[in-house]
Structure formats: structure tokens, C-alpha cells
Design a protein around this ligand. Structure first.
Ligand SMILES: [Fe+2]
Ligand SMILES: [Fe+2]
Length: 326
């Protein structure tokens, strides 16, 4: 049987459990938080006062902080790209409405709240140029992305396992920075987003774990492939209006490193966590090629850490159109 057919069979086999995985990892609409839980109530008498408080507290946070929050928000707002990509993965049947497309829809519905709440908060903060931000978002959705996973479910689930943990880290660190400046409301909001990302990470990591149990060699090869080519961030095509793709993303990621929201050490740390979570050292029944892939993966974190330590981050902030100069 071809590798592709085996993957489809594995996806169909796992599909039987998708309903229980949705129940385990996602939260029903009536009990999950909504953006309005963390924003001033516009029906309330206190609305203007609450907005004024947001604007006052916003002044305490530095330029780089706002750049990172904007970049994180734009990344979340490009959700149409991620949903359509996942709907196209082998085994995910949108028209057939199979278990996998149900997962993708439910996951998307949870994710959609992230960009929504961040967008409204940034709008009220008075610290950012919404029109420039909106142009970047429109560009990013138009430009799409290419994360090098093909339609392969194995590679895509490695990608999402990694990426959900990366977003957990960055939203959580933003929450900490906000808390340090006594901005409790913003801290709470970012912490609750990071909680969603952590649940999603656990779900995707379990999908991979289940694939390892039935198709260990090919799952190992997919993990190896993704890590060898490096995980491209979902907003890697980010650009400002009138700007080129790539420069903006690089500066956004420099900014995130500079304020410690997401660093190359975090990248390596995520890789270590995945290796541990999937017990890569002890996976049985690997063919020769997959054994070699395992060796490569086991050595990779130390190798990458040495490179990460040597990386230099520019000290000065990069001026984005999204945020007024400090
Ligand atoms: Fe998200
Ligand atoms: Fe996410």
C-alpha cells in the first residue's frame, strides 16, 4: 500500500474517536469564555469610564509590547488561512462532514475568539493605528502561507502541536508583562487565551501520539521532516502596507525576542517538550530510516541551543506603522 493510502486508513481509524477528543479538549459554547467577558460592556452606564481606564493603563506599557500584541493579534486574525489549510489535509472531509472536519470547525470556532478579543482591546487602547493594522491583516490573509506540511496529516499535526505551544508561550508571557505593569484586565485576557492554546496543544499532541501507536516509522519521518526544515511561523508572510514580505516578520520576531515574549530558546524548549511528550527515545518497531530520524531528533535540541545562544538581537526597536513611536 502507498504511504498516502496508509495515512488515509490511519486517519479513518482515528476518526472514530474524534467526538470523544472534542469532548475531552474543547469546551461547549455555553460554558466557554467569550470576548465580551473581558471587555467593557457597551450597554453599561460605566462604559466610558471603563474605556478611559483601559486607555490610562495602556500608557504604562512600552512600544515593543504593543508591537508584539499587534503582531499576535494579526496572527490570530489570519484564521481563515489556517482553517482552509486544515480542511484540505488528507482525511479531513469538509463536504462529507466527517469527524475530522468537525474537529477543524470546532477548533476554528474556539480560535476565532482570540483575534476578536485582541482586536477590540487594541482598538480601545488608543495606542495603535488600527487602519495600518487592518491593512496588514488583509495582506496576510491575501498572501496566505506555506508551512511545508503538504496535505499530510502527520506533518500537519506536528506543526499544530508545535504551534499551539508556541502561542501558549507568547500569550502567557504577554500576560506576565501586563501584570508587571498592574494591568490586571489585560493580563487576565491574555492568560485565558493562552489556556485555550494549551488545550489545543494537548489535543494535537494526542493525535500524534495515537499515530505513533499505529504507524511509528512514518510518524517519526514526518516529525523529522518538519524539524529539519524548521517550523515556519503562521505569520511568516507578514508585511506592512506598501512593504515587502519577510522584513516585517523578521522585525516582529526580533521585537518578541527583545522583550522575551518568544525567543529562539523557547523554540528549542518546545522541541524538547515534544520529544519528551511523544517519548521519542523509546518508540518501538522503527525501520532503519526512522531509527536514523530518531537519532537526528534526539540530538537536535542541544545543537539548536548552541546556535540560539550565539544569536544577536538588535537592541533598538523597529518602527512599525502599527504603533506610534515611543
Ligand atoms: Fe489562538
Ligand atoms: Fe491556537
Amino acid at each position: 500500500m502507498s504511504l498516502k493510502n496508509v495515512r488515509l486508513e490511519v486517519m479513518q481509524h482515528l476518526e472514530q474517536d474524534v467526538d470523544s477528543l472534542i469532548e475531552k479538549y474543547l469546551i461547549p459554547v455555553d460554558s466557554i469564555w467569550q470576548p465580551s467577558d473581558f471587555l467593557p460592556d457597551s450597554e453599561s452606564e460605566n462604559f466610558y469610564e471603563d474605556v478611559r481606564e483601559i486607555r490610562e493603563l495602556s500608557k504604562e506599557l512600552p512600544y515593543d509590547f504593543w508591537v508584539v500584541l499587534v503582531g499576535d493579534m494579526i496572527t490570530e486574525e489570519a484564521l481563515p488561512t489556517y482553517e482552509s489549510w486544515l480542511m484540505d489535509v488528507e482525511g479531513v472531509g469538509q463536504v462529507e462532514r466527517n469527524g475530522w472536519s468537525k474537529w477543524v470547525r470546532h477548533w476554528t470556532a474556539e480560535e476565532n475568539r482570540h483575534g476578536d478579543v485582541l482586536n477590540k482591546y487594541l482598538y480601545l487602547s488608543g495606542r495603535v493605528n488600527m487602519r495600518e493594522i487592518e491593512k496588514t491583516t488583509q495582506h496576510l490573509i491575501s498572501d496566505g502561507f506555506d508551512i511545508g506540511t503538504d496535505r499530510d496529516p502527520y506533518k500537519n499535526f506536528v506543526y499544530t502541536s508545535f504551534q499551539e505551544l508556541a502561542t501558549y508561550i507568547s500569550h502567557n508571557r504577554v500576560a506576565k508583562l501586563a501584570k508587571e505593569k498592574s494591568n490586571k484586565q489585560l493580563a487576565k485576557m491574555c492568560r485565558i487565551i493562552s489556556g485555550d492554546e494549551m488545550r489545543h496543544h494537548h489535543a494535537y499532541a494526542e493525535f500524534v501520539e495515537r499515530i505513533f501507536a499505529v504507524d511509528p516509522s512514518q510518524m517519526m519521518m514526518a516529525f523529522h521532516y518538519m524539524m529539519k526544515q524548521k517550523i515556519a511561523m503562521p505569520a511568516h508572510f507578514l508585511r506592512e502596507a506598501g512593504g515587502e514580505i519577510s522584513t516585517a516578520f523578521e522585525e516582529f520576531s526580533n521585537t518578541a525576542q527583545r522583550i522575551g515574549v518568544y525567543t529562539s530558546a523557547d523554540y528549542v524548549d518546545i522541541l524538547r517538550k515534544l520529544i519528551k511528550r511523544w517519548d521519542i527515545a523509546n518508540i518501538k518497531d522503527l525501520n532503519d530510516e526512522a531509527e536514523k530520524a530518531r537519532d537526528y531528533l534526539m540530538k537536535l535540541p542541544d545543537r539548536m541551543m548552541r546556535l540560539a545562544e550565539r544569536m544577536k538581537i538588535p537592541e533598538n526597536s523597529y518602527q512599525f506603522k502599527w504603533v506610534e513611536p515611543a
